[in-house]
Design a protein around this ligand. Structure first.
Ligand SMILES: Cc1ncc(COP(=O)(O)O)c(C=O)c1O
Length: 370
């Protein structure tokens, strides 16, 4: 049996029918921009994420740029970026005219390294810093990051593109952030039917700037207090998310169960199935294996031959991308990021994955290690 790396077509019974009805209704009523669907998803996000303001926008990359601009980051400011993340985090800093400095990640939880972060803050005096909650959990030292950033007057922006549904000490991971962002890219845990994103904050001032920036910097329809751009969330995407939300818990439960099965069933092999740090309830976004770098190509090949899809998230650090040198203002460490990129492998994980599919993947990994 072949097993895809990801299969997003496993919608709940009746879901596609209700989506078709919704599309018809929105189209017949030409409810294309703004309106009740946007209001409903923003209200759901506020409640579910435990924040005062949720501002829908066009995608998770725009959410990062809105967060930076909303926090007052300007041309020439330094912004710290983890060396291990998706390119959008680095790109957002450059696109607002600021200067990125990459900072190494921890070999334990694979998230931004706190000691390296402090070193970078002392050396570069950044205006803001990104911490990225990767893979389905966050840093084991998240509270220390938050406390230190507040003390040093650094805006800590939490890129939570991959973190929807993650809980820290029983609360949404987004709840105590200064500013955080979400991506609703279809392959994310809470995916839309296209691109969409959101910025979350409990700070009124940040929120009002971000709300204005995502709609051309408007103060009224034809007057402008800021130079923003059009990053409004599309009403169809909001409607799709509103229809999906009642299924979120079931999808999370299914993802978490698969993530745990891999941990149990692959426990005694010469590989590491990475765990979320203590205090976290992961969302099951990705399975993350750390394997022997020299054997990774053969493992990947043997899985492929059996029809099993694998991922490498991510194959290279930010500081080593072809486009980086022109913009990189500095680099603090990076050895861990580099090592992780060379030894990471991701097994299939998606909602409603069947147990026989998980077993097929597990058997293939076990067969490789003999
Ligand atoms: C960590 C991270 N940041 C930012 C993004 C950008 O989100 P989007 O694709 O919605 O622009 C993504 C996902 O694609 C991501 O994984």
């Amino acid at each position: 049996m072949s097993v895809p790396f990801i299969d997003l077509k496993r919608f709940e019974d009746g879901f596609i029918d209700s989506w078709m009805e919704k599309v018809r209704d929105l189209s017949e009523n030409t409810r294309f921009i703004g309106g009740p669907e946007i209001e409903a998803i923003e209200s759901t996000l506020r409640d579910y994420c435990g924040v005062k303001h949720a501002i829908g926008c066009a995608n998770g990359t725009d959410a990062l740029q809105l967060a930076l601009r909303g926090a007052g980051v300007e041309r020439g400011d330094i912004v710290l970026v983890p060396d291990l993340t998706f390119w959008a985090t680095f790109e957002a800093v450059v696109n607002v005219g600021a200067d990125p400095v990459t900072v190494d990640v921890s070999a334990e939880d694979l998230q931004l390294d706190f000691d390296r972060f402090k070193e970078a803050c002392e050396k570069y005096k950044p205006k803001a810093a990104f911490i990225v909650h990767l893979y389905g959990w966050g840093s084991g030292r998240l509270e220390e990051f938050r406390k230190y950033a507040l003390e040093q007057n650094i805006v800590l922006i939490e890129d939570g593109a991959q973190a929807f549904g993650v809980q820290k000490d029983g609360q949404s991971i987004y709840a105590n952030a200064q500013i955080s962002t979400i991506s609703f890219y279809p392959a994310k845990v809470f995916g839309a039917a296209g691109d969409a994103g959101a910025v979350l904050t409990s700070d009124d001032e940040f929120a009002s700037r971000i709300r204005s920036l995502e709609n051309h910097g408007r103060t009224t329809h034809y007057s402008y207090g800021l130079v923003g751009w059009n990053s409004r969330m599309d009403s169809f995407q909001a409607a799709f998310l509103n229809l999906s939300f009642p299924h979120l818990e079931a999808r999370l439960k299914s993802r978490r169960a698969v993530a745990n099965q891999y941990r149990e069933k692959l426990a005694n092999l010469p590989i590491r199935v990475v765990n979320a740090p203590a205090g976290y309830l992961e969302n099951g976004y990705l399975n993350v294996l750390i394997v022997d770098e020299a054997r990774r190509p053969d493992l990947e090949k043997s899985m492929k031959e059996k029809g099993i899809g694998c991922g490498i998230v991510y194959p290279g650090p930010m500081s080593q991308q072809d486009a980086s040198p022109k913009f990189l203002k500095g680099k603090v460490g990076g050895e861990n990021a580099e090592r992780i990129c060379k030894s990471v492998l991701n097994l299939p994980l998606f909602p409603y994955m069947r147990s026989e599919e998980v077993d097929e993947v597990v058997d293939a990994v076990k067969a490789f290690y003999g």
